[in-house]
Write a protein that binds this ligand. Sequence first.
Ligand code: FMN
Ligand code: 173
Length: 347
Amino acid sequence: MALNLADVAAAARRRLDPVHWDFFAGGAGDERTLRANEAAFARRFLLPRVLRATGDRDLRTSLLGSQVSMPVLVAPTAFHRLAHPDGEVATARAAAGAGTVMVVSMAATRPVERIAAAGGTLWFQLYPHTDLEFTTTVVRRAVAAGCRALVVTVDSPVFGRRERDLRHGFVDLPPGMVCENMRDADGRVRDIEMNARVGWELVAVLRRLTTVPILLKGVLHPEDARLAVEHGVDGVVVSNHGGRQLDGVTATLDALPAVVAAVGGRLPVLVDGGLRRGVDVLVALALGATAVLVGRPVLWGLAAGGAAGVRHVLDLLRADLDRALALVGAARPGDLSADLVTVGAPA
Ligand SMILES: Cc1cc2nc3c(=O)[nH]c(=O)nc-3n(C[C@H](O)[C@H](O)[C@H](O)COP(=O)(O)O)c2cc1C
Ligand SMILES: O=C(O)C(=O)c1ccccc1
């Protein structure tokens, strides 16, 4: 049995086609940012409080109208059928069982209606396409299927350069797999488009399309966090796309405090990138995140054991976070504060 997420990753690696392992595991350029995300957590140490009589911990969190059993969500990741034949349906079943939100990628390989049939709370991730009519079709479909928020990825005006994929010549899904939610009004499957022409007017455009909460994913600069508040978005996700877009971008944990300060409590601030332990979740929450998302660990669980594998990953993180909370003297995520975190040399 896998004792931690590194064990799950090792099991996934044994099962996956090396080309697909590299697609999931890899990052842009020299992968400095990919490594920096995890390294940033390794530099943080804790200064626990004692005799806090926490009793049983309560990990429940409310996020933009969605209730979660813990502040750990499933990040949107492409192509789950490369990891397991059930694809996103298995991931959704696990997220539902664990009582958390799955953010369905626009590049999902199962139809959002079938993913929704798994029963849990879904949010939908959107790459803002230049074709507004197409964007409208996709958003309406996702919301009709039951998705409760829109997570708009804003760190991808162009595709990052992923050299592992270039070396393998991995460019497209195998025959029989498509991005099922990329169908236009005529039923044709469109390609995912990266849009370098879109600006802040996007927020108002999306607001007119839907009433569900809108989050911007990929905010790192505090000035953009301020602009996000000004434009009336409902939440931001501090993310560098798991180091897959611009190599050399700061670790997300290092960007988090300034974004939290800029937002000043006006919106929930989520963060993803490099979280592999409950303590990592605790550190992110202590530095001001409302919740975190995990990307690759979910894919490793899916490859290693389908829905049960993903569930195991989420359960490991929950147990680990619960224990860490008790050991720093916090009864609930809201009791955490930045004074519990110090910076030191990585162990
Ligand atoms: C294989 C893979 C595919 C991804 N696909 C998407 C995507 O379709 N849309 C998106 O907004 N982010 C995508 N991401 C980024 C994740 O949402 C998330 O930001 C990142 O994986 C978090 O870092 P972690 O993997 O270290 O947890 C992808 C990441 C990976 C690893
Ligand atoms: O966003 C990604 O990281 C990603 O890998 C991807 C791949 C194909 C389509 C959309 C996203």
